[in-house]
Each structure stands twice: as C-alpha cells, then as structure tokens.
Design a protein around this ligand. Structure first.
Ligand code: DSN
Length: 497
C-alpha cells in the first residue's frame, strides 16, 4: 500500500484536495529511498495532531509554502543578488527572489527587502555586519581613500580592530531578549561589545527612561529592540528618539511579531518599519512561512545588506525564497489581518483566564501572541516540570527563564505559551479559556517529588484523576480542530506499510 493510495481510500467520499494528493505522493517518492524517513514525516503529522502546539515561535505553514520548498529549486546555486549573480543560469531564481522581495516590501511598506538569510540568527548577523560596514568600515575607507582590497594587511588589521570595538545595547536574555542580541555564548558578543537593558523589577515592563540613561552612558553604535520572550508591545517612536539622542543605529528584531506587523495588529508606534534603520525577522513564526530569515532596511543600509552573501552566507536557497514569496503573498490577503488580530485576542483571553485562576502572569497580561506564566510562584513548579506536565496532558509548550529567574536559564521558573498555531487551526477565545482551565487544573494538582529529602525541581506527580480530566479537555479540542484536515490517512494501514 502506498501513501497516495492510502489517502485515496481514506478520502473516498470527500472532495480530494490537490495539495493532499501532492503531499501523499511525495511520501511515496521518499519511501522508495528510505521508508523510515517517510514514516517519521507522517509520525510528525500525527504528533502535531495529537498535541496542541503552544510554542510561541512555531506555527503551521500552508501546504503551498511547504511544496514550494520541496522541489528542484534546491539544486540551484545563485550567489549574488537579483540580476547580479556569480553563477550562470539564474534567470528563474531572479524571478523568484524579485517576487519575494517585492511582496515583502509591499507587505511591510519597507524601502528595501533582503530575502536570502537562512534564519533569524543569520539575518541578525548580516544586519550587525552591514551596520559595521556602513558606519565604520566605509567611513574609514573614505578617509584613507582606498578600497577594502587595496589595504595592506596591517591597515586591514587595524580596521578590523576598530570594527571589533563597537558597542551595542540590547535586551538581556532573562528580561526576554534573544541569544543573538549580544549573549556571551553567541557570536554577537564576540563581534561587538554588548551590554543589556533590563525590565522594571516590579512590573517586568520595558523602562524607556532607564534605557535612555544607559544609552547616554554607553553611547553604542547600535540600539537593538526586539524580544523572544516579552508579552508586550514596544514603543518604537521612543526607541528611535533614544537612538537619535546618541546617534545610534536603531535595529529591530521582529522575529516574533512580524506576522502581527504584516497583519496590522501592530500599527503606529508599535510598527517598527517607519522608525528603525534595519529590521530583521524570521519568516516562520507569526508570519506563518517557511523556516528562514528576512531583512528590511532603509536605503542607507540596502547595498551592504544585499551583500549578505558573501558577508555571512554562501549559496542562497531558491526553494526557501520561493516558499517565502508564497507566504508573503498569503499574508497580503486581507484574511491575514483577521488572523493577526485573532492571535492577539486569543492570547489576551488566555492570559485573562490565568489571572482569574489567580496565577502569576508576567506583566499582568499580554498585548501580543504570548503569555508568560511564572509557574514557580503560581504552582511551586519549575518551568521544566510544568513543560513536562503539559506534554502529559497533550500540550507542547516551552519553559522559559523569567526576569532574575531563581531557577536559572535551563530549569527556569516560567512557561511561555503562544497562540499563533492554535489560531491558524481556527481556535478562538472560548477554546483559550478551556485550555487555560485544563493547564491550571493539571498544574495546581501537581507536586514535586522528594529527592534525597529535598523537593525535586524536575520529577513531579500529578493527581491521576485530575490529570485525566485535563487530558480529556485537551483531547476534545484536538479532535475538534484537526491540523491539516485535508491530509487524511488510515493510521492502521500506515503501520503495516
Ligand atoms: N527559538 C526561537 C524563539 O523561541 O524565540 C528563536 O530562537
């Protein structure tokens, strides 16, 4: 039995979908080389269907996005940029990249778009280096009246030294910043002299006056705004003023909320595009595209950014650029605005319900797509333990450090819950309330086990009856809101293949 035949049998009396036919046929092709890989792909679908996806940085991309990625475009090298390639035969890649750039500019109202970065981390690295190129290297070269290749080794090393002594200020990791924003274990801290702004220790909100003070003291080249784990909007007009007060470049990493910007849930001072010099993003979070990165920038940085290859990356990935183009086109549809606004309403409903249950919600609520729970003070559980309990009741979410976390960045005291994926499959406020109830039920009936006389930070026991009730609540939702409902197959039959 082939996957395709399995689908045809399972969907016999229904409208058979071309995307499902293509997906199932692709599994047959994969199976012909390695059945284990085909099985693992299908098993991942089953897993994603059996658990509610609440990882704030994940989503479900359309099958059109996925199929645009899985084809012959993967074979093509295309170093360079549109119309200026180091390889022959790039006409079709030019078409794809130009379309992706055009859609991105239209979607975000940006002067310039660069769609080659393979990830958000790549996008950030290219952005840092583009800023160093424009604001440090090019100025120095102009002063010396030479091109980069004309410098002697001694001159080049002294320029390199100058570039390595530039400062950046970003949000600290435990306040909600990202690893690539100057964290010691990331290349950003080795490339730049990085320091961090925190959040207010009581409200956990960004303190703009404190950032202003810090920036006046440090006088950085780059002020970086953006987060991986912060449930509020940022006022980019204020950030712009702070950057301008010391002549800093304002860089924004909108990886988490780019879908909310594209879908106009974040407008005015909460839309970074008019305010920032450079904006980076991933394409697979709220934006619902393929795994990848994106840079939008003002003209001043356009030329340097477009040299991301060879600055940081090697060959661009035409198949992923094609999938980015599809995702941007999908986001240009007016329905994406409804989607973005529902993501935020869902997160709001989720947070409110936890507040009603008396749980400690970081910042007291949310304005974006995520809710941060302090599970340590709410339920006496670490983030790691809570993450495991959630998986047991049928939810995939991730633990996250909270500000000045007493349990450190690995075990953590926080749980980060996101609504983008659940919103994609059609859930609304009512379902968010049910989910908050199930999570609260499970966590409030969980106790840490004793380990050598002390309470374990990882091993916990949930009251079996309460756990079962919570599991049932979640099961009801996974049944009502199937993931990729068009992908029908007979599971038993699959296991015999
Ligand atoms: N893993 C992503 C996040 O959760 O923010 C980015 O690294």
């Amino acid at each position: 039995m082939s996957y395709l035949k399995n689908y045809l049998k399972a969907s016999k009396h229904l409208d058979q979908k071309e995307s499902a036919l293509a997906f199932m046929a692709s599994l047959d092709v994969i199976q012909s080389v390695d059945p284990k890989i085909a099985q693992a792909i299908l098993a991942e679908l089953t897993d994603q269907r059996s658990f509610l996806k609440m990882i704030a940085s994940e989503n479900y991309s359309s099958l059109a996005v996925q199929l645009a990625m899985g084809n012959l475009l993967t074979d093509k090298y295309s170093e360079g940029s549109v119309g200026k390639r180091f390889y022959a035969g790039c006409k079709n890649v030019d078409t794809i990249e130009a379309l992706a750039e055009g859609y991105a500019k239209e979607l975000f109202g940006a002067d310039c778009a660069y769609v080659q970065p393979h990830s958000g981390a790549d996008a950030n690295l290219i952005a840092f280096l583009a800023i160093l190129t424009v604001r440090v290297q090019d100025k120095e070269l102009q002063y010396q009246g030479k091109k980069l290749g004309e410098l002697s080794q001694e001159e080049f090393l002294s320029l390199r030294d100058l570039m390595l002594h530039q400062k950046m200020v970003g949000m600290s990791l435990d306040a909600g910043g990202h690893l690539t924003h100057g964290y010691r274990h990331n290349i950003s801290s080795k490339l730049m002299i990085s320091s961090f702004y925190e959040v207010d220790s009581k409200t956990h909100l960004i303190d703009y006056a404190a950032i202003q003070k810090q920036v006046e003291e440090e006088k950085p080249l780059i002020l970086l705004a953006g987060y991986s784990s912060y449930p509020r909007k940022i006022d980019f007009a204020k950030m712009r003023n702070i950057a301008d007060s010391v002549g800093a470049v304002l860089m924004v990493d909108m990886a988490h909320f780019s879908g909310l910007v594209a879908g106009k849930a974040f407008t005015g001072v909460h839309n970074p595009i008019p305010y920032a010099d450079i904006v980076t993003s991933t394409t697979h979070k709220t934006l619902r595209g393929p795994r990848g990165g994106l840079i939008l920038c003002k003209q001043e940085f356009a030329e340097a950014v477009k040299k991301g290859c060879p600055l940081v990356i090697g060959g661009p990935m035409p198949h992923v650029m094609a999938a980015k183009a599809i995702a941007f086109k999908e986001a240009l549809d007016p329905s994406f605005q409804e989607y973005a606004s529902q993501i935020v309403q869902n997160a709001h409903a989720l947070a409110e319900r936890f507040v009603e249950h008396g749980a400690s919600v970081i910042t007291g609520g949310t304005e974006n797509h995520m809710v941060l729970l302090d599970v340590f003070s709410s339920y006496g559980l670490t983030g790691k333990a809570a993450e495991n309990v959630l998986r047991e009741i049928g939810i995939t979410a991730n633990r996250n450090a909270i500000f000045q976390d007493p349990n450190g960045p690995w075990i953590t005291s926080g749980l980060r819950l996101g609504t983008p994926a659940l919103t994609t499959i059609g859930m609304k406020e009512t379902q968010m309330q049910m989910i908050a109830d199930a999570i609260h039920r499970a966590l409030s009936h969980t106790k840490p086990k004793k380990e050598n006389g002390a309470l374990s930070r990882v091993d916990v026991l949930t009251d079996p009856e309460e756990k079962q009730k919570a599991q049932k609540q979640i099961e009801q939702l996974t049944g009502e809101f199937p993931v990729y409902p068009e992908l029908l197959f007979d599971e038993e039959l699959c296991q015999t293949m």
